[in-house]
Design a protein around this ligand. Structure first.
Ligand SMILES: [Zn+2]
Length: 80
């Protein structure tokens, strides 16, 4: 499933789910309509599509000198 931010010619924006890009093309060809005004002039808004759930970005590890950074809590000092 993929959600697109769509915008009608009046400027209404709304999200709609599609099976995939081909499903979007098929639904657009058969006639997408704005839920606010019913306008059929609907196109994708300038927005990156969200696919499912966004992956969480792991926090970067603190930069430590392998010889030891002087921090007792430093994970590098645990490996010595
Ligand atoms: Zn509209």
């Amino acid at each position: 499933m993929i959600v697109y931010a769509l915008r009608c010619s009046c400027g209404h924006e709304f999200d709609q789910w599609f099976e995939n890009m081909a499903d979007y093309d098929a639904k657009k060809a058969s006639g997408l309509a704005c839920p606010s005004c019913g306008g059929a002039e609907v196109s994708k808004a300038i927005m990156a599509p969200r696919v499912g759930k966004a992956p969480s970005v792991p926090a970067p590890m603190p930069a430590c000198n392998p010889a030891g950074c002087g921090n007792a809590m430093c994970p590098m000092s645990q490996m010595a």
